[in-house]
Design a protein around this ligand. Structure first.
Ligand code: SF4
Length: 333
């Protein structure tokens, strides 16, 4: 953690406690996706195209863009036979087929936990189910999952939408969820589905991923003691936005910030304890920067509350596995 004692106090001089939620920041799927782009740049040289933001964080995207990654919305912006990385959020089969047809050198950055939901969608649809996907319309992950079986799947995001399904679907009904939803709200939607469809088939294990679940539980453990919660993450980061909503639901003021410079002095008026967390796509270094920035307003005392230790790691896909090794500071060598 940054030593803030040497910073000039330009703020109100009030001593504050910073409660750090743990776990926070990068998950295994995000680390893997970033390493895939880094290795592709090292092994193939720039430019390496990336379909959509590799992860939903402006700091990560700006950093990789500065090193030669070219972020595009769709494959028609990628030259034939160029290297393209699919983002952590996954793609639909139609996108894979298009890449094949174009002879693109594809490296798949889809998080294995998103790929698990895709596989479930294919399996449930193949046995004839109507598959209800609980998620947010327009999110890239949802578009990719729906694309696995568009004729068999229906999207809902609220308990009311789930209740309205009763006349729209028939046969065996199963459900899946987006990986980055609010745990509590999703339980309400699933509860409504179970009321309508008592024989509702469940996924074999939770689709909301371990990282989303842990970050929400970690924030819950500090939110009641916090006068203000700061969530580091970008506006399009689903799991980060869910953390802000969780704090609001618990009755605590919360702000989503991309970087330390986004903190407004007026937010800190009357605040003695700042709860601090970061979404799964936000780099850990930003947490250090935010603590440092808070130290410029007045002395800070940092306490960490770690509710779980994460040890999940995912293998890299074979096209970039190579023999590159990580150095002690986590960068590729
Ligand atoms: S938030 Fe979960 S599903 Fe998304 S990349 Fe991270 S581990 Fe994978």
């Amino acid at each position: 953690m940054a030593d803030v004692s040497s910073y000039e106090h330009t703020g109100d001089g009030v001593e504050r406690r910073v409660l750090l939620a743990g776990p926070r920041s990068f998950c295994a799927g995000v680390e893997r996706a970033i390493e895939i782009v880094e290795r592709a740049l090292e092994q193939r040289g720039a430019p390496v195209y990336v379909r959509k933001q590799i992860v939903h964080n402006v700091t990560v995207v700006d950093d990789l863009a500065g090193r030669g990654a070219v972020f595009v919305e769709e494959l028609d912006e990628v030259p034939d036979r160029a290297t393209v990385v699919f983002s952590a959020h996954g793609v639909s089969p139609a996108v894979r087929q298009e890449a094949d047809r174009r002879g693109l050198d594809v490296i798949d950055g889809t998080c294995p936990l998103v790929a698990k939901v895709h596989a479930e969608a294919r399996r449930f649809a193949a046995r004839g189910d109507t598959v209800v996907l609980v998620g947010h319309a327009g999110h890239e992950e949802v578009e990719g999952t729906l694309g696995e079986a568009p004729e068999s799947m229906v999207l809902v995001s609220t308990p009311d939408e789930a209740r309205e399904l009763s006349t729209a679907v028939g046969g065996q009904v199963s459900y899946l969820t987006q990986t980055t939803l609010a745990v509590d709200e999703t339980a309400e939607v699933v509860g409504a589905l179970k009321e309508k469809f008592p024989l509702l088939q469940e996924p074999p294990s939770d689709d909301i991923c371990y990282a989303t679940t842990n970050r929400q539980a970690a924030l819950k453990a500090i939110v009641a003691e916090s006068d203000l919660v700061l969530v580091i993450g970008s506006e399009n980061s689903s799991n980060s936005v869910r953390l802000v909503e969780l704090a609001h639901r618990e009755g605590t003021r919360a702000e989503l910030i991309d970087r330390a410079g986004d903190i407004r002095p007026e937010w800190l008026a009357g605040v003695r304890t700042v709860g601090l967390t970061a979404g799964a796509s936000a780099p850990p270094a930003l947490v250090t920067e935010v603590v440092t920035r808070l130290g410029a307003f007045g002395p800070v005392r940092v306490e960490e509350r770690e509710i779980a230790r994460e040890t999940v790691r995912f293998d890299l896909p074979s096209p970039v596995r190579g023999d590159t090794r990580r150095t002690a500071d986590g960068r590729s060598s």
